[in-house]
Design a protein around this ligand. Structure first.
Ligand SMILES: [Zn+2]
Length: 107
């Protein structure tokens, strides 16, 4: 399972950075667009890593459209949650949709 940064900023050892989204993120975090199945089901970081949260956020609509067009059995993908996630700095697994949506990995 991928490791996401779940600890509040106050618990992290390094000072958090204030992001344009208004939240504080761990320095060095790796950002992905994430997709979560409905009802609290499993989630995956599907596009990334990006070095900034803003880059990941800029791709959420593209991921949403791609999943709805290509991975939508019985219309279920309309109920998925699409967003972003900050991963630990050492997590750099390419997102499952990188090949389809990124010309090169933007890391
Ligand atoms: Zn942010």
């Amino acid at each position: 399972m991928a490791r996401a940064i779940m600890a509040p900023a106050s618990r992290l050892t390094s000072p958090a950075e204030l992001c344009a989204c208004g939240e504080q993120h761990h320095p060095g975090a790796r950002y992905y667009v994430s997709v979560r199945e409905s009802d609290g089901g499993k989630w995956r970081p599907v596009l990334g890593p990006f070095s900034t949260h803003a880059q990941a956020r800029a791709h959420v609509d593209a991921v949403t459209s791609h999943v709805l067009d290509h991975y939508n059995p019985g219309g279920r993908a309309h109920w998925y949650s699409y967003g972003t996630v900050a991963m630990m700095p050492d997590y750099d697994t390419p997102g499952l949709l990188n090949g389809a949506l990124l010309a090169t990995t933007e890391s």
